[in-house]
Design a protein around this ligand. Sequence first.
Ligand SMILES: [Zn+2]
Length: 461
Amino acid sequence: MGHKNLKQLDAIAFKPGDESGFRLCYNGSMKHTNVVRVLPDKRQKQVLEIIGDRCAALWNAVQYRCRQAFFKGDSVPSYAALCSEFKEHPAYKALPAHIGQEVIKKARKAWDSYFACLRLYRKGELKEPPHIPRYWKDRRTGRRIFRVIPVKAPTSYSLDARCLSLTLPQDLRKGQGDRLVLRTKGVLRFHGRPKTLELKYDPVKTRWYAHQVVEVPEPVRKARPEKHAAIDLGARVLVALAVEGLNRQLLFSAREVIKDFLYWTNQIAGEQSRLNRAGRKTSRRLKRLYQLRARRLRHAFVALAAEIVRILKRLRVTTLFLEDLTGIREAMDFGPKNLLVHNFWAFRMLRNLIEAACTRTGIRVVPVEPRGTSCRCAVCGSSVRRPVRHKAVCEKCGRVWHADANAALNIILQGSSKEHGAEATPLKPLALRWDRHRWVSRFESAAGTPSGATSGSRMAA
Ligand SMILES: [Zn+2]
């Protein structure tokens, strides 16, 4: 499939990936992805399944060709070579050209990412060797399965808030015109130049979704006085936020998020042992639990990114220094029981979501590689002692810091290359926690209503 390889690549390069629904292009615009649910009726479902199956047939034929070349030691044919080679292939001719070409492109891209991963593996930057692209088939039954129908250009589809229409293959056009018009449900969040569209089938939910890429020009930044903020990422405190001129840092606690993640991890373990006893490997319920766990985590992160942007906007911040995750792995504390060590992608996802949310609102994001930001005092610059994990005590001026708040302040200093000593002694940082709907401060949740200047967003006002 190449999918796993892509993820591994992403893990190395830390490119903003699909999980944030966002990518930066080189021409000063951004790519966003709109996702809407597609509601085919009974007959349309069959049509989609036929087209999906034909895509799988073409994918498998292309992979067979590439794999044979690869095993023989020949070079894997290029996209252009594959296109001309498959022009007369029955699997290609069974699809409209703009779908067929896109399947070939996708299949060839899987090889690109395989080779890229292989290079990294040989350099020792990947632990496991990558897999060569696979066939779309059920491993157990050997039957062909469909995953996705990619559509190349907006000339061959149209998507609005109500419906999606697609060109049908020649032989499926009996009596109902040459287009398939499907009802959709959902909101098109991004408007811009439409690019490719993928119709994806979710076998766990047994539902179809349309993923549309749109290119949106980057927002024009107003000329404003420069104001900096910085974020330190971590496993216990997910985000420590420091804003220039604000005498108090904000800490977003990981506790509730991890608790929820653990709960679903236990559910998964329970289902796995139930399956083991039954001599089975997987079930729809198991896949559903994995999906749920990932989605609940993402929900908390999306809300966190939104809350950060709200605060930054209100404080008229122009630039955010965001920790670059390269090399973080060795130095990092991965939370209780090292829970997140195997879920390092979570940090990348969080980082990318924050970056995407900032870029959308016109806040510049500057990646910084923190160097020693947690071992010196943000006021006087002397080294600090760490009597307990979350505390840092300055050896010279005696200030007692929350370690993460101190680190975030140091990132501002490092990013704006300022001297130490400019800030006054900060107040005790404000802690926010996830109540599964919103990020709230301790005071807010205890009182039931936001109390005075203590709520996160009010404090920032
Ligand atoms: Zn100090």
